[in-house]
Design a binder for this molecule. Sequence first.
Ligand code: FAD
Length: 292
Amino acid sequence: MKIIDLLKREKFSLSFEVFPPKTDTAFENVRTATEEIAKLSPSFMSVTYGAGGGTSKYTLDIAKRIKELYNVPSLAHLTCVSSTKETVHNRIADMKAAGIENVMALRGDIPAELHNDDRSHWDYHHAIELVRELKESSADFCIGGACYPEIHPESKNQKEDIKYLKEKVDAGCEFLTTQMIFDNNLLYNFLYKIREAGITIPIIPGIMPITNANQVERAIKLSGSFMPQRFKSLVDKFGHDPVAMKQAGIAYATDQIIDLYANGITNVHVYSMNKSDVASKIQNNLSDILGK
Ligand code: FAD
């Protein structure tokens, strides 16, 4: 099923994310986590793509399993930066052959060793180029893209970021998933601005349940997301106690999701990161609200 079609439903639903293993030996753990998350019957499951494409084979395998074995719509991520045209075209052909219907078109993070590279010879610079190629391919993919309520770290300002976002949407993105947010007000403000700029496609907010104190630093470094004082207090209070921190992090994410639904958002994406227990607890916390 195409994600754009399920987003048209009014029903409140959650989607979850898994990331592929780096090695064959780790595949079994990811397979188990994927199966457990799929049993929660999310609206869809996304499968990330390792930076530089090292885990691309697994992304495709897992996305195919989700769809075929568990009957849950899957979204395969694909990045283009630091890839050649040939590699990307092969990946697109593989996805088509595997019957993948939904693709998240991303630029990808620029590997540290390429930060000072002369970029003029690169085949790809931005996600929009990948969106165009996916559109031109003979497969009828539903294409998603990323967006940043707090501005992409490389953007000069929000106006410029939204201008490029609009171009990406006009090129063929049918829905957007946001970078993780810890303060819903930043999302509401962003929605107002992008709607004003003429971006009318569905926006899926991304919520990351922080379940241990070490994750906080990593999440900020990765996303640059703002941590509200309410969240910082929670980490100060429970960060040293893994069990309490997990419960508090899940409660915080649940609270954010309820607020999003109360404000008219019907699909929320949970960055569940292969943690099936976390996905399941969030889902249970919302059991009487889901499907409404
Ligand atoms: P782009 O849309 O290309 O934007 C990147 C920057 O370039 C922005 O500042 C934008 O304003 C600017 N820009 C865009 N178009 C132009 C243009 N034509 N000219 C000049 N500037 C332009 N990374 C992975 O490696 N694997 C994943 O699976 C993955 N999944 C993700 C899922 C989500 C929901 C999100 C939010 C991020 C994900 N990332 C993933 C990280 C993502 O690859 C990085 O955030 C990356 O830095 C930007 O990717 P993008 O697709 O948003 O890029």
